[in-house]
Ligand binder design. Structure first.
Ligand SMILES: Cc1cc2nc3c(=O)[nH]c(=O)nc-3n(C[C@H](O)[C@H](O)[C@H](O)COP(=O)(O)O)c2cc1C
Ligand code: SF4
Ligand code: SF4
Length: 252
């Protein structure tokens, strides 16, 4: 078994690592941007894949990865972990359908509520205490699921026809244009001091340093990693002001 994930602010990384290590403490977990990823996946029979919900869809980088590596999935057993701030309908189903098309077997899926990673919109902010409670609840659900999975019983969250309809009409249709590709809408303000952190950590290699300035490209997968860790709060995407930056390690 191997755990792989895309995680902008650490929520999905935590959930995948916890679930996988409760089932098999020797199993490897690694991010999707790991340069060895294809060869690691080729060797494994069972894959736990995690990603955050974006507008009730999977991030474009994840869907792109699945399609580009279509020959990898035939006969593989997939368990899908989808983290979300509030609602994802069929957050797991979005990739389950793709995997099935490429010949994979879907063992099941979990949709786990975690702190909201969007930090440039006030609407979605919760207190640190509230986020701590959310993580405690998530951990309990993961522990229960791991026990079930060890006995061969897999949660089936987000995989039903009803979940599909909820995801589609609850959000995905209305935000369709935001999820059809990578975005060029990332903004970096003049308060950038050129520390290079965003450029170093971007899973898409989408930020280049030019002298003392970070310059965004047009292949952002909206993970919010750079936005949540810039010391100057100089980066925004959906909104124009960074409020409380969201990072998993702040809540534990
Ligand atoms: C661009 C974007 C869109 C999002 N859309 C949704 C959504 O539709 N529903 C939801 O419940 N959470 C949504 N979220 C919240 C994240 O899915 C959630 O915080 C997730 O746990 C972040 O995981 P990470 O820390 O591994 O990146 C969105 C986050 C981002 C950055
Ligand atoms: S993390 Fe912020 S301050 Fe550092 S280079 Fe990137 S935008 Fe500039
Ligand atoms: S530019 Fe920022 S938000 Fe976009 S993919 Fe890179 S780290 Fe994530």
């Amino acid at each position: 078994m191997i755990g792989v994930y895309l995680s902008g602010t650490g929520n999905t990384k935590h959930c995948v690592e916890k679930l996988v290590h409760l089932i098999d403490e020797t199993a490897q977990c690694t991010p999707l941007e790991d340069s060895r990823i294809e060869s690691l996946l080729e060797k494994e029979d069972t894959i736990v894949l995690g990603y955050p919900t974006q507008f009730s869809n999977a991030p474009f980088m994840v869907r792109d990865f699945i399609n580009k590596n279509h020959s990898l999935w035939k006969g593989k057993k997939l368990f899908i972990v989808n983290t979300m701030g509030l609602f994802s309908g069929d957050g797991t189903g979005c990739t389950a359908r793709l995997f099935k098309k490429h010949g994979a077997v879907i063992l099941g899926g979990m949709q786990i509520k975690m702190p909201d990673s969007v930090c440039d919109s006030k609407l979605l902010k919760k207190s640190v205490e509230k986020n701590r409670q959310i993580i405690k609840l998530a951990d309990k659900r993961i522990e229960k699921a791991a026990e079930q999975m060890k006995q061969g019983k897999y949660p089936q969250e987000g995989l039903s026809f009803i979940a599909h309809i909820m995801g589609l009409f609850g959000q995905r249709l209305w935000f369709y244009r935001k999820t059809t590709g990578y975005t060029d809408k990332l903004k970096i303000s003049d308060s950038c001091i050129g520390c290079g952190l965003c450029s170093k950590n971007c899973p898409m290699n989408n930020i280049q340093m030019e002298g003392n300035r970070a310059i965004p490209g047009n292949r952002c997968t909206m993970c919010y990693r750079c936005i949540s860790s810039c010391p100057q709060k100089a980066i925004t995407l959906i909104g124009d002001t960074v409020h409380e930056q969201c990072r998993f390690e702040k809540y534990v």
